[in-house]
Design a protein around this ligand. Structure first.
Ligand code: FDM
Length: 221
């Protein structure tokens, strides 16, 4: 029996990522699929509580330490992702390891280093498709600018976008480091909500209709 696909939505702040994730979930459910919606960071676990306090600037942590906590927060849920997929429940995830690397590698000084940032996530379940919602800093500004949390500053978002671009090039081609084969789809999220949601649907439609025979892959392994 085929397994369900693992779909990740990544994106910059103000890209409409959370709205699009919820629209996609509704559409999948309306088409008769079971869907488990996850969001990283998952602020409800004990590790997530530490992350939440850090993001709201209510606590301070060494850059390495918070990076490892974000990754641990994913490992906490890795087995649930796999068991859902095996029981034919689509896993739809709002942010994943790519955010982990992009945000940490964009920090500094001193920089943490891209390879160091990637290491703790090696071996996590690999998404079958990653939809990257791309938006220019200018467009994000038009939408009312960034919020109050720690990383919501224009210069930081610009650097984050650069790391995402690198991740897409290296991970998406299948020939990237470690041979990971997530399908990396860049979507112009500067357009209206309906256009973006139609495009997202177009890019996942076949995958969800057919399911997958092969086992879940491992990230960067
Ligand atoms: N973020 C998110 C990270 O720095 N590392 C991670 O591993 C993840 C998953 O946390 F600024 C950052 C990205 C964002 C912040 O995300 C919280 P949400 O989607 O706004 O809750």
């Amino acid at each position: 029996m085929p397994r369900a696909p693992f779909i990740v939505i990544e994106g910059l702040d103000r890209s409409g990522k959370t709205t699009q994730t919820s629209l996609l979930r509704s559409r999948l459910e309306q088409s008769g699929h079971h869907v488990a919606l996850l969001k990283f960071p998952d602020r409800t676990t004990p590790i997530g509580t530490l992350i939440d306090s850090y993001l709201r600037s209510q606590s301070d942590l060494d850059d390495h330490a918070i990076h490892l906590l974000f990754s641990a927060n994913r490992w906490e849920l890795a087995s649930r992702i796999e068991s859902n997929l095996k029981s034919n429940t689509i896993v739809l995830c709002d942010r994943y390891a790519f955010s982990g690397i992009a945000f940490s590698a964009a920090k500094g000084p001193p920089p943490l280093g891209y390879e160091w940032c990637r290491a703790p996530d090696v071996g996590l379940p690999c998404p079958d498709v990653t939809l990257f919602l791309d938006i220019t800093p200018e467009k994000a500004r038009e939408r009312g600018g960034y919020g109050e949390e720690r990383y919501e500053k224009e210069e930081m978002q610009r650097r984050v976008r650069e790391v995402f671009r690198r991740l897409g090039e290296e991970t998406g081609g299948g020939g990237g480091s470690g041979g990971t084969t997530t399908r990396w789809e860049v979507i112009d999220a500067g357009r209206d909500q309906e256009t973006v949601s139609m495009e997202i649907w177009r890019r996942v439609e076949n995958l969800v209709a057919n399911g997958l025979e092969e086992d879940v892959d491992r990230l960067w392994k």
